[in-house]
Structure formats: C-alpha cells, structure tokens
Design a protein around this ligand. Structure first.
Ligand SMILES: [Zn+2]
Ligand SMILES: [Zn+2]
Length: 383
C-alpha cells in the first residue's frame, strides 16, 4: 500500500473565518478514484457561501471545486485517464440513480451528499469522511478531523483525490490557469444557455448579475443568436465588461424598472437568468417575463431561502427553471467550451486574475470587493 502523500492545503477552521495554509496527508486513490496534482483552482461564490455556513458542510474542511491539474495516479478500475493526463475537475454525481441513468448527472439524487457532505464516495459506496488527515508528527491530537471530498475534490490544495466521473481529460496545451473555472462558474452560465434554455433566434434575454456566471451566459446568448441582451448589476464598473461580452445594454437595478425593461424588449423577456440567488432578483426576473418566458434560477442560496412570485402572472405559461451546473455533461461539454474560447467567442481569459495559493485570503477579499471577476489560485508560486 503506497504511503499517504504530504500536501499543502488551505484549511477553513471556522465559519466566516480566514483560510490557513497547512500541511496535511492525503491517502492514495482507492478503486474508481484519481489522484491529481493540482496546478490551478478557481474560487467560486459557492466556496464562500459554504465558508459562511450556507449549507451544513462540516468544518474544518478543505474547499475548492474548480480544480485542474495533472493525473499522478489512478485507482483500480479507472480506464478513462492515466498518469500524466491533463484534467479539469468538476461536480460529482453518483452514476447510479434515476437522474444519472437518464443522462442528467447535474440532477443526481445524491448531489448534496456527493458535493457538499464531505463524504468520500468510493467504489459505489459512501465511506469515511476524508482522504485527508493531519500529519501524525504535528503533535496536535486535539485538532478536530479535517474534512475533504468537497465536490469529490477539495482543490484548494497541491493535490486532490477525485472520482473518475468528475475529471475531464483536456489537450496537453490547455492553459489550466484560464480553464480551471470551466468546471463550475463558466459551465454554469454558458450551459444554462447552450444546454437548457436554448434561446430561439432573436430572443430577448436578461441576465441578472455580471459575475463570471453571468458573463459566460451573455457570451453564450450572443453566440446562440439571441436578439436584445440586457445585463443588470449594481456594480457599474462591470457594465463595460458586460457589453464587451455581448450585452446591448447594462443597467443598475435602479435603471431596470420592470416597465422600462419590457419596453426595451418589445413586451417582455423570453429568457431571464438569475445568477445572484437573491429572492428579490428572482422576483424581478419573473415579473418581466413575456408569456411562455422562462426564468433560469442558477445562483446558489443558503438552505431554506424563500422567494415570492405572482401566481396569476405565472399562470400565463411562464416558468421558473432551476438549473444546476448548466446541465453540463462534463466530458462532452467542457472540451466544446475550450474550443469556443479558442475561436474568440468565449473570452474568459479577460476575467482571470491569478494568485499564489498562499494569497488565498487576498484573492477572496478582491473578489468580494468586486475588484476581480474570477480569481484563480496557482499551487506553485509561478508569478
Ligand atoms: Zn446520481
Ligand atoms: Zn461553484
């Protein structure tokens, strides 16, 4: 049995706290698992929602779910990747439930356990909480056990154990500092348009929230031949970026009164996307829908968040559709997004700022202050 690997990881010890870089041990991959030397990992709002206690993920924990790196070993039975392959990591699905059987892994019946419980899913069975442990030599037996397996990866670390299902092989020349965030943020926005809502030619589209998810959705809607595309975000500094990605106009919420938006859209929106997870935004999105219009709900909210809608208004064929991970079937969709970027139609490279792993708290602060759209951590301090 190979020995546990010594790794470095950003550990979150308490709700709302800072991340601390610590030495940890990582067990070797078991059957069906893949050990990845992480090169880059994006930071997503979901990491911060978990930091703040939005879901009951146990602490201390290693978060990070937009990892990318090089496979360094595979467990028994793994066939689709080998050591040396370059891979992106993404969300995990069980592969065995009714949704997975139907080819809809984003709606895996075990999505919450697979991605947020910090339980490791090995060989078709739930197992002990973590492949991670404190080094025995650290002399800290009083420390609570450290949890991993967040999105079956926990990639705020130099190495991660994933499952065969949530790694996607990519070409060897793929720049992982740009493409690591495909595995959550960018596929969530782009996939909501390309895979789920598929606007008809000339459709009126409104995107609420100009972060990495919203910008990916705007680029996708422009690429799909949408008509008028409007972006709504209180941060005016993001408005030029929204136009660069394909929005016809960008507005603050104060400038986006329902009647004005409907007029700009010739009566109402065919498609709205709420990337913010805020109840009042979902309400605003449903209020401006045209008859038969669809509001996509793609932003995460703390458990139990409720929103109100006008029931009579909804009766006229309007829909609210929850969309997880852009309905992405990873091994097919992620390579297509890479190709779209290479054709210049998905300019995500403009949104990335890289930080060494040791500067994770600065990266989070810059993200929360709206100074950077998508921070990406580099595990080797190359810059
Ligand atoms: Zn499943
Ligand atoms: Zn995410």
């Amino acid at each position: 049995m190979p020995e546990a690997l010594q790794i470095k990881a950003a550990v979150l010890h308490e709700q709302g706290g800072l991340f601390e870089i610590e030495d940890l041990h990582l067990n070797p991959p078991d059957a069906g698992e893949v050990l990845v030397e992480i090169e880059a990992c994006g930071i997503c709002h979901t990491d911060l929602m978990i930091r703040d206690g939005g879901y009951p993920t146990p602490l201390p924990v290693v978060l990070g779910h937009e990892g990318a790196g090089i496979v360094s070993a595979v467990g028994e039975g793994v066939r689709s990747v080998v050591a040396g392959d370059k891979v992106l990591l993404s969300y995990a699905a069980c592969g065995q439930c009714a949704s997975c059987d139907a080819g809809e892994p984003a709606y895996c019946w075990h999505h919450m356990e697979m991605n947020f419980s910090a339980y490791r899913y090995r060989n078709g069975e739930w197992s002990t909480p973590s492949a991670l442990s404190w080094p025995l030599s650290s002399g800290t037996p009083e420390k609570a056990p450290v949890h991993g397996a967040f999105f079956q990866q926990s990639s705020f670390a130099t190495h991660a154990v994933a499952t065969e299902n949530n790694v996607v092989r990519v070409p060897t020349d793929t720049d992982l500092s740009v493409f690591a965030p495909l595995g959550c943020g960018f596929q969530t926005g782009a996939g909501a348009i390309f895979n789920t809502l598929r606007p008809r030619f000339g459709a009126g589209v409104v995107v609420y929230g100009v972060g990495n998810v919203g910008l990916a959705a705007i680029a996708a809607a422009r690429s799909e031949g949408a008509g008028t595309i409007l972006a709504v975000d209180p941060n005016k500094k993001r408005h030029a970026l929204a136009r660069k990605f394909g929005a016809d106009q960008a507005l603050t919420p104060e400038e986006a009164a329902a009647d004005d938006l409907k007029e700009m859209l010739g009566g109402g929106a065919d498609i709205c996307l709420d990337t913010t997870g805020r109840p009042q935004v979902l309400r605003a999105a449903t209020d401006i829908l045209a008859p038969r219009g669809i509001a996509g709900l793609i932003g995460g909210s703390p458990l139990g968040t409720e929103a109100s809608i006008d029931m009579t208004h909804m009766l006229f064929g309007r829909t609210v559709r929850g969309i997880l991970q852009g309905d992405s079937r990873l091994k097919d969709f992620l390579p297509k997004l890479i190709a779209l970027q290479q054709r210049g139609r998905f300019p995500i490279e403009k949104l990335i700022k890289t930080y060494p792993l040791g500067e994770i708290n600065q990266a989070v602060a810059d993200m929360e202050a709206g100074k950077v759209v998508k921070p990406v951590l580099l595990m080797k301090d190359r810059n």
